[in-house]
Design a protein around this ligand. Structure first.
Ligand code: NAP
Length: 489
């Protein structure tokens, strides 16, 4: 087993200090590939969270009062530290989350890119001067930090989901209390260790960890605090809705990056090989555990059989195993609950008439490994068409024409990402316009970058992360009416 990074500390990071829970209780963190313990982290409760909020509040005046350039220097140093320790961070991520090391390396760079990007975006948080309604007045509009903000993140991208929130929040002058997922607290704590190393001021970034039962307690402590002015959440739609209801109490701002149900449409005029490569990445990356995974693959009737045959051959080449082993391209699922959900969805699809071309069962490697699976004959009568699979199962259906493909793709309350492959320029514009999603990938299955706005419509969320838009959600506008200036003589 790879060594854990020397700079990793397994306590919570609050006010620049490494602290245990008031209750002294701890939670085991395990390698999902082996079930072996990697160590333990504190099980924080309400009073621990309140202490972290107080630390963030104490740091806010100084941090928000600094120039954007000063904050940029700190964030750029943090990005450099992540890049300098990229291999350590990637190995740690593979150990606690299970994704292949090659994917973990890509995620670490993606995560660091948010610090680099928002360090600069913070310097461009421009205001406005608005033509005034009075001769003796000037109207100024400024963008200001909110104060203390909370971040709650999932396990499937243990580093990038942290920095995609922390970077814009801190660049805009806020101070953050972050709660990472129960399954993957170590990547977040490693990022906190690097913050400590590069001199992020105490209290500006705080991490509180806890288990599944602690999450609602920590979340409630954040939301109930009058000091916390925003919750940025990435996770399931069910929890996102609950948090939004809770935030209504004192009108805490929310941004929500929630679940998806992406359609991946392959038209008969597509570049066949490019579509095949795109769907492979989009479906099987992170063992299918991504919110933008191809959840429903829709292939035009005329090319359906040849596409299924080619994808089946590709799926059979996927090497399943521990993410640290050379050549492995698919790791385990995160836990038994995830595995059982995949099994239930496949069983339901088979019962309702789907056909298995390869896979369809647990993998011989044991544990939470599942075989790369190709299912065809998938229809809207099946649960797999409506729920996130979060597993390596390609659920394929077919369609006759463009109108039917669009109708099928939009037949979901979710609206995060949608993909299609076509070489017809008219169709490209028509379908991109028609898909009711926040993100559209045309002739690509890879759409994540720090420079573009990531987020969904409908029940996939509210707000955008990344890009020049991603910082706005972490600010409040202030209008200053400067009167009494006198009229021009
Ligand atoms: P989850 O169960 O909703 O958990 C997400 C985070 O919320 C975890 O830190 C969790 O803590 C915490 N949490 C759970 N219940 C809470 C509560 N009542 N109050 C406060 N916090 C609470 O989701 P998940 O299973 O970890 O992640 C998978 C989901 O995230 C999928 O639906 C996926 O599509 C979505 N996702 C969306 C995006 C996006 O950008 N739209 C990106 C990645 C993932 P514990 O882990 O301790 O339970």
């Amino acid at each position: 087993m790879a060594k854990l990074p020397e700079f990793l500390k397994m306590d919570c990071y609050v006010g620049g200090a490494w602290v245990a829970a008031g209750s002294a209780e701890r939670l085991d963190v395990v390698d999902p590939a082996t079930g072996e313990s990697l160590g333990s982290v504190p099980r924080m409760g309400a009073s621990d969270t309140q202490a972290a909020i107080a630390a963030a509040q104490a740091a806010h005046e100084d941090w928000s009062g600094r120039t954007a350039g000063d904050r940029a220097r700190v964030l750029n140093a943090w990005a450099s530290a992540m890049r300098d320790h990229a291999e350590d961070l990637a190995q740690l991520m593979t150990l606690e989350q299970g994704k292949p090391l090659s994917e973990a390396r890509v995620e670490v760079e993606y995560a660091a890119s948010f610090f680099s990007w928002f360090a600069e975006e913070g310097r461009r948080l421009y205001g406005d001067i608005i033509p005034s309604h009075r001769q003796d007045a000037r109207i100024l509009v400024t963008r200001n930090s909110l104060g203390v903000v909370g971040g709650i993140t999932p396990w499937n991208f243990p580093s990038a989901m942290v920095t995609r929130k922390a970077a814009p929040a801190l660049a805009a002058g806020n101070c953050m209390v972050l709660k990472p997922a129960e399954a993957t607290p170590l990547s977040a704590l490693a990022i906190a260790s690097l913050a400590d190393m590069v001199g992020v001021p105490p209290g500006v970034f705080n991490v509180v960890t806890g288990g599944r039962e602690d999450a609602p307690v920590i979340g409630k402590a954040m939301i109930d605090s009058p000091l916390v002015r925003k919750i940025g959440f990435t996770g399931s739609t069910a929890v996102g809705k609950q948090l939004m209801r809770d935030c209504a109490g004192d009108l805490t701002k929310v941004s929500l990056e929630l679940g998806g149900n992406a359609a991946f449409i392959v038209f008969e005029d597509a570049d066949f090989d490019a579509a095949l490569e795109g769907v492979q990445i989009c479906k099987f990356r992170n063992a299918g555990q991504t919110c933008i995974a191809a959840n429903r693959i829709l292939v035009q009737e005329s090319i359906h059989d040849s596409f299924v045959a080619a994808l089946t051959a590709k799926a059979e080449q996927i090497r399943v195993g521990h993410g640290l082993d050379a050549g492995v391209s698919q790791g385990p699922l995160i836990d038994t609950r995830g595995l059982e959900k995949v099994e239930l969805l496949v069983a339901d699809a088979l019962e309702k008439g789907a056909t298995i071309h390869t896979g369809g069962a647990r993998h011989a490697a044991g544990g939470t490994y599942y075989q790369p699976t190709i299912l065809t004959g998938v229809t809207s009568a099946m649960d797999i068409s409506h729920q996130e699979v979060f597993g390596p199962v390609a659920a394929i259906g077919s369609f006759r024409d463009e109108a039917e493909a669009i109708a099928m793709a939009n037949d979901t309350p979710y609206g995060l990402a949608g993909y299609f492959y076509s070489r017809d320029v008219g169709r490209i514009f028509r379908v991109a316009d028609a898909l009711k999603t926040g993100i559209v990938g045309v002739n690509t299955g890879l759409i994540s970058t720090e420079v573009a706005p990531f987020g969904g419509v409908k029940e996939s969320g509210i707000g955008r992360e990344g890009s020049k838009y991603g910082i706005e959600d972490w600010t409040e506008l202030k209008y200053i009416c400067l009167a009494g200036l006198g009229a021009v003589a």
